[in-house]
Design a protein around this ligand. Structure first.
Ligand code: UDP
Length: 328
């Protein structure tokens, strides 16, 4: 049995779908503050899924999960807040949820003897890039509370391995994109802040705002490494296999090694939609580095993971999902 925290959210739900399709038994623990019950209902159609509503900030909620499910072998931990801007305005919310909540999870794992965890970390732990593409040796100097909260958890996990033998794999995501190939699940944030869904949702009344066209990049807009969400889910399955095979605590970048500018993404969205998308050029958004691209060789070599889906495919599936979502 695999416990997935935050399994009703965007990335977590794609992992749950992939696990269920492999015939694995899954427990999802989610507060449903940001995740959706509709996602759980959809996932339940595809295999043996048990859903438990609870909040990691309540130690008893998560202890109860382990107490009544003695067959949990490993944990994949997605549950977290992830908006950079919000974390700057309200760091307390981020440290309390992302750090304290994770401590409760780890404590419950230790109490019940579960010693394998895959953790959603982020490229935001690197901060302002000193070189590109970014490999795992790049200094980790986050520039906002969100990145700090994730880096703190990474450090806690190192110490918990040394002291208690808790093995972790930390996956540092770059920009996650796309949706399920059959549009059953996808990205569903309210409000939405991410580039691709915002471009696809734009209308004459709600113009897409392009933040900054004066960066030192190929066309003046920010360059990011867009990793397909189904490829990303597969990396988690590889990480679980790695731990099950006795792998040591480790950390990996998950990206494609290719960068795309905001203007390039916008052009692909127009092509996929087959229409002009209303565009407004706006000033830079605070805290956006010009370029963030992953060196993914370590995950390729040690996890035997290779991303296969293109950015066009991610945008096509995101568009199919947007259409499905607007009919809900
Ligand atoms: N972006 C934009 N308009 C939007 C949302 C994002 O121009 O409505 C830009 C943003 O400034 C950044 C890139 O798109 O350069 C990716 O932003 P996103 O929020 O998707 O991911 P992040 O890189 O912040 O994790």
């Amino acid at each position: 049995m695999i416990l997935v925290t935050g399994g009703a959210g965007y990335i977590g739900s794609h992992l749950v779908m992939a696990l269920l399709e492999q015939g694995k038994d899954v427990i999802v623990f989610d507060s449903l503050e940001l995740g959706h019950m509709e996602t759980i209902e959809t996932l339940k159609k595809y295999g043996n899924l048990k859903f438990i509503k609870g909040n990691l900030k309540n130690l008893d909620d998560i202890r109860g999960v382990f107490m009544s499910n003695k067959n949990i072998e490993s944990v994949v931990h997605f549950a977290a807040y992830s908006q950079v801007g919000e974390s700057v305005k309200n760091p307390q919310k981020y440290y309390y949820n992302n750090v304290y909540g994770t401590l409760n999870l780890l404590n419950a794992m230790l109490e019940f003897g579960v010693k394998k965890i895959v953790f959603s970390s982020t490229a935001a732990t690197y901060g302002e890039p000193v070189y590109t593409p970014i490999d795992e040796k790049h200094p980790q100097r986050p520039i906002n509370p969100y990145g700090n909260s994730k880096l703190m958890v990474e450090k806690i996990m190192d110490d918990y391995d040394k002291a208690y033998g808790l093995k972790s794999v930390r996956l540092r995501y770059f920009n996650v994109a796309g949706a399920d190939s059959e549009a059953r699940i996808g990205e569903w944030h309210e409000p939405e802040t991410h580039l691709i869904p915002n471009v696809l949702k734009a209308t004459a009344d709600k113009t897409f705002k392009m933040f900054g066209t004066d960066y030192d990049t190929v066309d003046g807009t920010c360059v990011r490494d867009y990793i397909n969400v189904e490829d990303l889910a597969k990396a988690h399955i590889k990480a679980l296999e790695y731990l099950n095979n006795g792998g040591e605590t480790n950390y990996f970048n998950l990206g494609t090694k290719n960068g795309n500018s905001v203007k390039e993404v916008f052009a692909v969205c127009e092509k996929v939609k087959g229409q002009k998308i209303p565009l407004e050029i706006c000033p830079r958004r605070e805290g956006d580095p010009a370029t963030l691209v992953a060196d993914n060789s370590k995950a390729k070599n040690l996890l035997n993971w290779t991303p296969i889906n293109s950015i066009e495919y991610s945008i096509q599936t995101a568009y199919q999902w947007e259409k499905a979502l607007s009919k809900e």
